[in-house]
Design a protein around this ligand. Structure first.
Ligand code: MN
Ligand code: MN
Length: 468
């Protein structure tokens, strides 16, 4: 009797098809416990480090307590030494020296610690009809309508004329006041709702309410502003002119929390890209005897295109590598040319509510593991570094060998939109680079969503790469 054509199809399919499976169905109970514990630390980080300066401070403190010391380019280093460099309080580089000669290359991991937010303008104070405001200028790509009616906290620094610096953090502690941007009530919003959605709230309408109580017994104008400046002068010793040399950032005041009855997801502000910053940091802080030197970069200004001296289009990484190489009598370019990099940034998680923008076969999903993105960019791969098949192959087998749950993902359908990461700027230094990060739902919104299993998988990926 002839063999049935269909027989063995199930086995064959099992053997030949690419398998995708939810991380919860692949992890042991013990692993899930570890993952949950890890995410508790992550949520604390999200609450403590809401801006690039706060993240840089957090990273420096953690590094110090893990035995890292400030990098000194005139010193000789040996395997096991741990150093760090802080760039203008906004970016940090950590390095753990490995046993292999430095000219054989280093393992780089690069995440960014800036997130979309509302920056205060240079001359921010304004009183209008007895309500006082800070005028803002949004930072990074935001949907402006998402930011009104959200409690916001104020973070940053004010540099006074004498050069002294005041650190501001208001709206995070119990009992602190918060700030917010108003929106129109629906009853009167029929004209507003006819605006194109990019203009439902316009840039110049993102005004932060900072007070409403006028200065008493005075016939002068702008009495609310006067009263506020009096309060600020009493508390910080500042005058209005001091805002000219300040960097104040409004970010969501709420804390990170679990989402869902099953607590499987994390909601919080600034997970792009502090989710990769934290997982990368934990991996490098835990580094033991390394074969290759590990270099972790926590950079600023990714959300505005990486320009400026704290962004990765600047030379600060190149200079650091050159200085590190010089400690061993080598050239920075030799080190870079033999180095490999995981550009640790988030990707868009497939959103079942808005499936149309994703090409499901090539979208990353929540609980699918850490996402490996071969290329980013927009249109015809414009602005991407596009990792080589060889390098993807190397990372693929590294992750599999270390039982890291991972998936691939492309940012949406072709020509729907696009985006970039720091990968291209590192690859431009002649480094093999690929994007590896956590899928995020509602990216760039005040409250972004990640899956705990993916966060933990990212940590395991960076750990495997550094210890490789
Ligand atoms: Mn990012
Ligand atoms: Mn982003």
């Amino acid at each position: 009797m002839a063999k049935k054509e269909t027989s063995g199809a199930k086995e064959l399919k099992e053997k030949l098809f690419l398998k995708k499976k939810n991380a919860y169905l692949r992890m042991s109970d013990a692993e899930i416990k570890k993952c949950e514990k890890f995410c508790e630390g992550y949520k604390k980080f999200l609450d403590e480090a809401k801006t690039e300066r706060e993240a840089a401070g957090f990273i420096e403190r953690e590094a110090k307590s893990a035995g890292f010391v400030p990098f000194d380019k005139n010193k000789k280093y040996k395997a096991g030494d741990k150093v760090y460099l802080v760039n203008r309080e906004k970016a940090v580089i950590l390095a753990v020296i490995g046993k292999e000669p430095i000219e054989k290359g280093v393992n780089l991991v690069a995440a960014h610690i800036d997130s979309p937010r509302l920056d205060m303008k240079q001359n921010p104070m304004l009183e209008k009809d007895e309500v006082a405001y800070f005028k803002t200028h949004y930072y990074g790509g935001i949907k402006k309508y998402q930011w009104p009616t959200v409690p916001l906290s104020l973070h940053g620094v004010i540099v006074k004329a004498d050069g002294s610096k005041i650190v501001v953090r208001i709206g995070e502690d119990e009992g602190d006041p918060v700030f917010c941007v108003s929106d129109l009530l629906p009853h009167l919003a029929s004209a507003q709702m006819k605006r194109p959605s990019a203009e439902i709230v316009k840039g110049e309408e993102l005004n932060l309410i900072i007070g409403s109580r006028p200065f008493k017994d005075d016939e002068t104008s702008e009495r609310v502003k006067l009263n506020l400046l009096m309060l600020l002068n009493e508390k910080y010793g500042i005058t209005e002119a001091d805002f000219l040399s300040a960097e104040l950032e409004a970010v969501p005041a709420f804390k990170a929390s679990d989402i869902g009855f099953d607590r499987s997801l994390i909601g919080g502000y600034g997970q792009d890209d502090r989710v990769c910053a934290y997982t990368e940091l934990m991996a490098v802080l835990g580094a033991k005897a390394l074969k290759k030197t590990a270099v972790a970069i926590l950079t600023d200004k990714e959300e505005t295109g990486s320009d400026g001296n704290t962004g990765l289009r600047s030379a600060y990484l190149k200079y650091f590598i050159a200085d590190l190489a010089a400690c061993f009598g080598k050239e920075g370019r030799e080190v870079l040319s033999n180095s490999k990099c995981l550009s640790a940034d988030v990707n868009a998680a497939y959103d079942p509510t808005f499936p149309d923008v994703f090409e499901k076969n090539n979208a990353s999903v929540l609980n699918g593991g850490v996402c490996v993105t071969k290329y980013t960019g927009s249109r015809g791969k414009s602005g991407t570094s596009d990792a080589s098949a060889e390098f993807v192959g190397e990372i693929r087998s590294l992750l599999d060998k270390n039982n890291v749950i991972w998936q691939t993902g492309e940012l949406g359908k072709v020509d729907i939109g696009g985006g970039g990461t720091v990968a291209a700027y590192i690859a431009n230094l002649n480094v093999d680079t690929i994007d590896v990060g956590v899928p995020v739902m509602s990216m760039h919104a005040p409250f972004e969503i990640t899956a705990k299993t993916d966060v933990y998988a990212a940590f395991k990926a960076f750990e495997a790469f550094i210890n490789n």
